[in-house]
Design a protein around this ligand. Sequence first.
Ligand code: MG
Ligand code: MG
Ligand code: MG
Length: 308
Amino acid sequence: MMTTYIIGHKNPDTDSICAAISYADLKNTIVTTKEFQPARSGNINDETRFILNKFNAKDPILLDDATGKKVILVDHSEPKQRPENIDKGEIVEVIDHHNINFQQATPIIFHSEPAGSTCTIIAKMYFEKNINIPKTIAGLLLGAIISDTVIFKSPITTEEDKEIANKLKPIADINDLNKFGIDMFNAKSGWNKKTAKDIITTDYKEYELGGKKIGIAQVETVDASELEPRKQEFLKEMKTIKDKSKLDTIIVLLTDIIKEGCIAYILSDCTDMIEKTFEKKIKYNEMYLPGILSRKKQIVPPLEKALS
Ligand code: MG
Ligand code: MG
Ligand code: MG
């Protein structure tokens, strides 16, 4: 029997880690041979650590080379976000809620839904198959839904996310979802202990849009103003990443989940295009984007449209 690794994107977030663990649990419950192994493509961030500790879950194993491995991708399909050397391994299944960027010669199970999180889709599978959800797994699923939907404030949120979360609440023994969410988002602050590089790379994704290479980091905070005094440090680190990865544009979104908006720091070779796209002027490498909470729904698609 060959192990199949279940793995989320690079710079894993809570959804990537919790989807890997819970989908492995579901698969292993169905087949009972324990051949599915949760894995991760990078370090566990502080928010995810909070969730894993709270619900007593084990870390997925680190898989930094997919050569010769059978792999199920969760929470991404984008080639740039897949594990290293996946082309020398085999992707056997995908479960995701993002843009679809996937091509393969052989048919596989490709499960894509416009849900708020991958864990919404996985929770739904448990319910549909009438499989008991262990308390730990319910907690992880709930944590990932609350994280990806920013406590249901993000425009990616669907009615189904809320329904599923409400069904998971009693199983995970969580009474107040809002408090649970704020505690979780607070767990990843402690900014003064972190370098600008750490803060930027925790949730950083690269995209190839209309021939341009764009890097976008999202820093979710309960108070974005805490980070503003460090703007120059951010810009310096952004310049380093931009040069090293040969990017046309790098954007760091300081997302304030309470005020519901982003301070965007921007270094770009195409500022005109960015200003036109968001109908705002960039002043001192900065623009404020009220109402914007989702990179996936509110930042990437308009950029993709502008560049196509
Ligand atoms: Mg993710
Ligand atoms: Mg996700
Ligand atoms: Mg997120």
